[in-house]
Design a protein around this ligand. Structure first.
Ligand code: COA
Length: 203
C-alpha cells in the first residue's frame, strides 16, 4: 500500500508530498533513464523501481521522515523525489541522516532540487532538531555537488570515503561527503545571531 500519513512540506514553487499509486510509473521511467542514473551503478528495471519505492515508504514508517515525492504544482505532478534518508551503511560519519534528490530530466535547470532540499533541511533542523545533515556523491556528479554547495554544505578532503556497498575498484566507489550543521544552516538562513538564540533555547 502506498497510502501514508506523511506530512507534506511546501516551498514557494514546490510541494514535497506522500507517495501515490500513480507515481510508480513516472518514477519507473525516471529510474530507467540512463542520464538520470549516470552516477549510479545502473538504471533500474520496473521491478527494482517498485522495490525502491516500497523501501522509501517503509523508511517513512520507521523513521517518520524519508524521500518525499517532488511535485511542481501546475507543472509536473511527479518531478522526482527529494528528502531525508538514514544512511544505511557503516562509515566514519555514521550514524547520519542524508539529504538526497533525484529529478526527472525535464525538471533539471529550474532550481527545483535546491528549493525542495531547502524544505527538507528546514524540516531536519527545525522540526526534527537534527544537529547535522550530510550528503554524498561521486566526484564526477557536478550537478549534485552544485546543489550541495548552493545549500551551504561543505566537503573536506578528509571525509572522502569508499562506498562499502560497491566492490573494490568500482569506478563509482569513491565518494565525497558534504556536511551542514544546524548552527551553520541557521546562521546562513537567519544571520549569525540566530544560532546563539537557538542553541540557548535548546540547552
Ligand atoms: C542532481 C540534480 C537533482 C540537480 O538538478 P539541477 O536542476 O541541476 O539543480 P537545481 O534544481 O538546483 O537547479 C539549478 C539550476 O537551475 C537554474 N535555475 C533556473 N531557474 C531558477 C530559479 N528560478 N531559481 C533557482 N535556480 C534556477 C540555476 O541557475 C541552475 O542552473 P545551472 O545548472 O545552469 O547552474 C539532477 O541533475 C538529477 O536529478 N540528477 C540525477 C540524479 C542524481 O544524480 N542525484 C544525486 C545523486 S548524489
Amino acid at each position: 500500500m502506498l497510502a501514508t500519513t506523511i506530512t507534506p512540506l511546501r516551498g514557494p514553487r514546490v510541494v514535497l508530498r506522500a507517495w501515490r499509486k500513480e507515481d510508480l510509473a513516472a518514477c519507473a521511467a525516471m529510474n530507467a533513464d540512463p542520464e538520470v542514473m549516470r552516477y549510479f551503478p545502473a538504471p533500474l528495471t520496473s521491478a527494482e523501481n517498485d522495490i525502491m519505492v516500497q523501501r522509501i515508504i517503509a523508511h517513512f514508517a520507521q523513521h517518520g521522515f524519508g524521500l518525499w515525492v517532488l511535485e511542481i504544482p501546475g507543472v509536473l505532478p511527479f518531478a522526482g523525489f527529494v528528502g531525508l534518508l538514514q544512511v544505511g551503511f557503516n562509515a566514519h560519519f555514521t550514524p547520519a541522516v542524508e539529504v538526497g534528490w533525484r529529478l526527472v530530466r525535464s525538471a533539471w535547470g529550474n532550481g527545483y532540487a535546491t528549493e525542495a532540499a531547502q524544505c527538507a533541511l528546514q524540516h531536519a533542523f527545525m522540526t526534527l532538531q537534527l544537529k547535522e545533515i550530510v550528503s554524498l556523491t561521486v566526484p564526477a556528479n557536478k550537478r549534485s555537488q552544485a546543489v550541495m554547495q548552493r545549500l551551504g554544505m561543505v566537503s573536506r578532503v578528509l571525509d572522502t570515503f569508499e562506498h562499502p556497498r560497491l566492490p573494490h575498484g568500482h569506478p563509482l566507489r569513491v565518494h565525497l561527503l558534504y556536511r551542514l550543521t544546524r548552527e551553520d544552516w541557521l546562521a546562513q538562513r537567519y544571520g549569525r545571531a540566530s544560532r546563539y538564540v537557538t542553541i540557548r533555547d535548546n540547552t
